[in-house]
Every structure is written in C-alpha cells, then in structure tokens.
Design a protein around this ligand. Structure first.
Ligand SMILES: [Zn+2]
Length: 211
C-alpha cells in the first residue's frame, strides 16, 4: 500500500523508498514507492510528472491501494529521492481548483455539479438541473468565479478516515483526491470560453488567463 502524501502536503521533493520496479511490455518500468508525492491521473486531473532517483516519470496511475509510477528506465530498490515537476503541478492544481470555484457558482445558481475535467486546453465542469431551469450566461458565471479568485479564499482540508475533503474559505467542502492551490487567488483570472447545453446537462468550458 502506497502512502499518498500528496493528499495532505504540498511538498514537491523528498526521500522515500522504491519497493518494486518491474519491466513493462512497452519497454518502460512500473515503479512503486513506500510513500509518494506524485498525484496519479484521476478525478479529472492529469498525473504529476517528475523524477525518481533522477529517472523521468512519464505518467502515474492509481491501481487498487498502490500508486504506480511509469518510468523511462529501471530504478534500484531502496532509498530514492523523488522530485515532482513544479510547473506541471501548479498548472494542474490551478485548473482543478478553478473547477471547484466554478462548481460553487453553478450550485449557487441552483445547479448541481456532476463532473469535472481539468486537463489543459479542455477543462470543463458539467452541471445538471431541474427541467426548464434558465441556463446562465458565460459572463455571469465568469464574474462570479472571478469574485471567488479575488477574495483570496484559503484552502481548507479536512481528513475523515479514508476521505479527504477540500473547500475554499467558508464555501462547502467536497470529497476530492486532487491537488489544489493554497489560496483561490493563486488560480489567476478564469475565462469561461463556452456554456453549452445538451440533453439536460450544461457544460461550462474554461481557461486560465495566466498559464
Ligand atoms: Zn479537488
């Protein structure tokens, strides 16, 4: 079982231990650590990138109770330094946190956030509402989301057993396994590029102005 330290800390480098390294059919290697800072792909967020003992981590996935790091070369078992790429982490955390802020806005307008996808270039939050509800305009929800950014709401983390919940300021907590900015102001200005209604669902597509 991998200890998932990215759930409770923002640290990007540490010493840990390689407990398994096995070759894959594609020539890469699956590496499992005793504890990791790497966020695996999931929950609508891309995985972290970085290095394990200086070897490039191509992608990271969650498999049962283990986090599997796909590495370019084999790494030795035992003590290893791991480093998460700060730029990729910051971009993914900002996009993901923007999704939380947009979720709050849609919910304040009476909609229910049902899905989030926070990949660069294709980020969106999907809402569902009651039949006949008025769909909001892009600029309406954009102004609301940017008010949350400007308010510099501090991130709140609550761990309840296996479940970790994240919220900003006094806004509601949501169970979530992703990585987040420390303050909503770190997201930077949000631009809502499109609000699309289809089969009772409303997709809010967004971008961040500062990449
Ligand atoms: Zn989250």
């Amino acid at each position: 079982m991998t200890q998932r330290l990215y759930m409770t800390q923002d640290t990007l480098a540490m010493d840990t231990a390689v407990v398994r390294c096995s070759p894959r059919e594609d020539g890469l290697f699956d590496v499992v650590l005793s504890a990791t800072l790497f966020h695996p792909q999931g929950g609508g967020q891309l995985s972290d990138r970085g290095t394990i003992a200086g070897v490039e981590v191509v992608r990271v996935s969650s498999q049962d109770d283990e986090v599997v790091h796909v590495c370019e070369r084999a790494v030795a078992l035992g003590d290893a330094r791991i480093e998460v790429c700060a730029d990729a982490r910051a971009l993914h955390a900002r996009l993901h946190s923007a999704g939380h802020l947009i979720g709050y806005c849609g919910e304040a307008l009476g909609w229910r956030a049902v899905k989030g996808h926070h990949w660069p270039g294709e980020a969106r939050v999907v809402f569902e509402g009651e039949a006949g509800m008025r769909v909001f305009e892009a600029q309406e929800i954009e102004a609301m989301a940017n008010a949350h950014v400007q308010a510099a709401l501090p991130r709140r983390t609550v761990v309840e057993g296996e479940m970790r919940k994240i919220g900003f300021g006094e806004l509601p907590l949501n169970g979530c396994g992703g990585t987040h900015v420390v303050s909503s102001s770190d997201v930077g200005r949000i631009r809502i590029s499109k609000v699309k209604e289809k089969k009772g669902q409303v997709s809010v597509h967004y971008e961040l102005e500062r990449v």
